[in-house]
Design a protein around this ligand. Structure first.
Ligand code: AN7
Length: 374
C-alpha cells in the first residue's frame, strides 16, 4: 500500500498564500483543516430554510482557533531567532502560545487575568510549561503591559497585534471557501479582541483576489488578483457579549463583564480592521446577553452534538436571532465560526444543570432510572 499524503498543518497547506519562505522553520501541530458541520436540527426546529454551517475551530490541536495564528507567529519568531514569546490572554491564546513554544523550544510568558480563566485553559498553559503571570487586572491591563514589557525585555509578542497571527487566522476563510466551492452569503463570528474577524476578512478578500485596505501585509495590493478561489465575499457579522460590547458602545468599555470569559475584553486591539471588515462587507455588529449565549451553547450541545465554550456560542446565537428576524433572509448560506471547545470550561457548561443521577448498583434501580427518562 502506498503512503497517503499526510496533512501537515496550515503553513504547508497554504504556503503560497502565507508570508513564509523555505528558510522559515515551520512550528506546527498540524492545525487547521477543521470540520465545517452543517446544522440540520436547529434550522428545522425554528422552521427556517437556511444552509447553516458551523466551522468548528474548537477541533484544533489546543482546542481553539488560536492555533491558526500561533503556528505563524511562533514560526516567524523562530525565524528571527527569538528565544521567548509573550502574550496577554483570556485563556486560549495562552494555551496555544504555551503549546507552540514547547514545540519550538522557546519560553512562553502568559499574562492572564486573576481568577477569570477557566481551569481547562489554565491547565494547558501549566502543562506545556509556560511561565504563568496571573495579574491583578483584566485582559486589557495585560495587553497594555505586554506592549510595554516587549520594549524592555527580549520577548516576541504573539497577540494578534502581531500581523503574522492574522495571516494564520485568514486560513479559516480559505477552508470554508474550499469546502463550499464559494464564499458563504453571511459569515458570523464572535468578537473579543477583534483579531479573528479581521483575519477572516483578509482571508475572504484574498480568496476572491479583491484589493482591500484590510489586508495589512499587502497594503491593498492583493497578490492573488490573478488567482482567485471564488468571486465573492460574505457579509461579515460580528457578535459580542452584551457586558463586553465596545463595538456596540462605539468606544472601549472599561469594566467588561461576561460569563463568556474568552471575550471579556473592553479595548479590542484590531478596532480599525474589524470596523473595516464590517463596513466594507455591508455587515453589522450586535450583542447577545449571557443568558442567550448560554442557551445557545446548550442548544448546540443537545440538538447538534457540538460542544463549544460559551464565547463560541455567540456567533450561532446572534445568527439564529438574525435568521429568525429575517435580517439574514431565508435561502442564505450562513457560516458561523465556533472558536473554542466546550471542554475548555466544563464548570460553566454544567453550572445549574441537574448533572448526575445516583442509583443503587442493582438492575432494578438502573432499569427504573432508564424508564423514568423515556
Ligand atoms: C473562544 O485567548 O483574546 O476577537 O486571549 O478565546 O480574535 O479576540 C480569546 C478570544 C472568541 C475572540 N472565541 O476572538 C485570548 C483571546 C474564543 C476566544 C474569541 C476568543 P478575537
Amino acid at each position: 500500500m502506498t503512503k497517503q499524503a499526510h496533512y501537515q498543518g496550515l503553513i504547508e497547506r497554504y504556503r503560497d498564500r502565507l508570508p513564509v519562505s523555505k528558510d522559515t522553520p515551520v512550528i506546527s501541530l498540524n492545525e487547521g483543516d477543521t470540520p465545517l458541520v452543517r446544522l440540520h436540527n436547529i434550522p428545522r426546529d425554528i422552521d427556517k430554510d437556511v444552509e447553516l454551517y458551523v466551522k468548528f475551530d474548537g477541533q484544533n490541536p489546543t482546542g481553539s482557533f488560536k492555533d491558526r495564528g500561533m503556528t505563524m507567529a511562533v514560526s516567524k519568531a523562530a525565524e528571527k531567532g527569538a528565544k521567548a514569546i509573550v502574550c496577554a490572554s483570556t485563556g486560549n491564546t495562552s494555551a496555544a502560545a504555551a503549546a507552540y513554544a514547547a514545540r519550538a523550544g522557546m519560553t512562553a510568558f502568559v499574562l492572564i487575568p486573576e481568577g477569570k480563566i477557566p481551569m481547562g485553559k489554565l491547565a494547558q498553559a501549566i502543562a506545556h510549561g509556560a511561565v504563568v503571570l496571573q495579574i491583578r487586572g483584566n485582559f486589557d491591563d495585560g495587553m497594555r503591559l505586554v506592549k510595554e514589557v516587549a520594549d524592555e525585555a527580549p520577548v516576541e509578542i504573539v497577540n494578534s497585534i502581531n500581523p503574522f497571527r492574522l495571516q494564520g487566522q485568514k486560513t479559516g476563510a480559505f477552508e470554508i471557501v474550499e469546502a463550499l466551492g464559494t464564499a458563504p452569503d453571511y459569515h458570523c463570528i464572535p468578537v473579543g479582541n477583534a483579531g479573528n474577524i479581521s483575519g477572516y476578512w483578509i482571508g475572504y478578500s484574498e480568496a476572491c483576489g479583491h484589493n482591500t485596505r484590510s489586508c495589512t501585509l499587502c497594503n491593498g495590493q492583493c497578490p492573488y488578483l490573478d488567482n482567485p478561489m471564488t468571486d465573492k465575499r460574505p457579509v461579515m457579522v460580528g457578535y459580542q457579549a452584551a457586558g463586553a460590547a465596545p463595538f456596540m458602545r462605539g468606544e472601549p468599555v472599561s469594566q467588561p463583564e461576561t460569563v463568556a470569559t474568552a471575550i471579556r475584553i473592553g479595548n479590542p486591539q484590531s478596532w480599525d480592521l474589524a470596523k473595516a471588515a464590517v463596513s466594507e462587507s455591508n455587515g453589522w455588529f450586535d450583542e447577545v446577553s449571557d443568558e442567550e449565549l448560554l442557551a445557545t451553547q446548550s442548544l448546540l450541545a443537545t440538538r447538534e452534538g457540538i460542544f463549544c465554550e460559551p464565547a463560541s456560542a455567540v456567533s450561532v446565537c446572534g445568527a439564529l436571532r438574525d435568521i429568525q428576524s429575517g435580517q439574514i433572509p431565508e435561502g442564505s448560506v450562513v457560516t458561523c465560526t465556533v472558536t473554542g471547545h466546550g471542554l475548555k470550561d466544563t464548570a460553566t457548561a454544567i453550572a445549574g444543570k441537574e448533572v448526575v443521577n445516583t442509583v443503587e448498583a442493582e438492575l432494578l434501580s438502573v432499569k427504573e432510572a432508564i424508564l423514568s427518562h423515556l
